[in-house]
Design a protein around this ligand. Structure first.
Ligand code: SF4
Ligand code: SF4
Length: 332
């Protein structure tokens, strides 16, 4: 019988041991329905999630809610929106109670005096020109000044089809300001012309992502196995989509048979009562979904399937390590 011990040598076994004790239980929270940008292709606004619930304004209710989430077993709060930094008191309520990650466009700086080790992920949609086209302004010019050299911050770079062959200058800009970067793909929820992925493009993209990881190993937080899965949507002869997705809100998950999923996972709206279908757009056609976190989690919850060979299990470990680094459970 294949076991972790028979498949891994001493070094890999140590890496396995380090992550297997983490027991991460995440949930996602819409901190606000508002944003200081309106990006073309933003899943939150394009799916109408900003209108799904009325924002809770009483900070005491947020504090009580977070205490209940902690009691429910959540040990990683992922803050999204809208733009969480528009409501620093809510960010602080989470930060004081739970390991917290804040997704932001980086235009407003999280004050480090108050939040010394809050994990910050800054969204970036390409070069200055791409950002102006899709988001109305060059956010990098501002966010890179706000966060240069910050040890708890990385860029979450959403790659779009027109950026094929042009990724390196973006990575280099990030390396030059002393920050890290993680790569994900646009799902084009608003059907912007020329921004939907075609088969051959994804193959080329996979090679380019691999080259970036090889060329900038200190800057790019990623793994080649993740690149394979997110560009092909295939893992162990299975196809990613609704029937496989691990990132569905538990109380809305009526799939039968139920696939392996994130335990206790919920995505909460900002009224602290409503839940959304999953970690991303409530209206997205799952067969087109390129969500990076959902693909990553898909690999992570399917450990048993990766026990068929040393290579498969090592791929699984690398993806788990990548996730743990991105949320600061282990060092970069
Ligand atoms: S900054 Fe983020 S939340 Fe705001 S519109 Fe853009 S993608 Fe959406
Ligand atoms: S849109 Fe993506 S993350 Fe959401 S349920 Fe479908 S496959 Fe999962």
């Amino acid at each position: 019988m294949k076991t972790v011990s028979t498949l891994l040598d001493k070094d890999w076994h140590e890496r396995y041991r380090r992550i297997s004790s983490l027991n991460i239980r995440s949930s996602i929270y819409d901190v606000t329905n508002r944003c200081n940008l309106r990006c073309k292709g933003c899943f939150f606004f394009s799916s109408g999630e900003h209108q799904a619930a009325q924002e809770e304004m009483d900070i005491k209710k947020w504090e009580d809610f977070i205490d209940r989430e902690k009691a429910r077993g959540v040990n990683l709060a992922i803050l999204i929106g809208g733009e969480p930094t528009l409501c620093m008191d809510r960010v602080e309520a989470f930060y004081k109670r739970l390991p917290t990650y804040c997704a932001t466009n980086g235009l407003i700086k999280v004050p480090r005096e108050k939040f010394p080790d809050l994990m910050v992920g800054i969204s970036l949609w390409g070069s200055s020109e791409d950002e102006k086209t899709l988001r109305g302004r060059d956010t990098f010019a501002i966010s890179s000044k706000n966060y240069a050299g910050d040890a708890y911050t990385y860029y979450l770079y959403t790659i779009t089809p027109p950026q094929l062959g042009k990724i390196e200058p973006v990575i280099k800009r990030i390396a030059d300001v002393g920050l890290k970067v993680h790569l994900q793909l646009l799902s084009n929820d608003e059907g912007v012309n020329g921004f939907s992925w075609r088969e051959g493009e994804l193959k080329d993209l996979r090679s380019e992502m691999d080259e970036m990881l090889d060329g900038y190993p200190q800057t790019v937080i990623s793994s080649k196995y993740y690149h394979e899965i997110i560009t092909t949507g295939r893992m162990m002869e299975r196809t990613f989509g609704w029937n496989e997705c691990p990132s569905v809100t538990e109380s809305l998950d009526n799939r039968k048979p139920q696939p392996r999923r994130l335990i206790n996972f919920s995505r909460w709206a900002s009224d602290l009562k409503t839940v959304h279908r999953c970690c991303t757009s409530a209206t997205r056609d799952c067969s087109t979904c390129k969500d990076g976190a959902a693909h990553m989690s898909w690999i992570m919850v399917n450990k048993r399937e990766h026990m068929r060979s040393t290579k498969d299990l090592q791929g699984w470990i690398e993806v788990y390590e990548m996730f743990a680094k991105l949320y600061h459970f282990i060092p970069w």
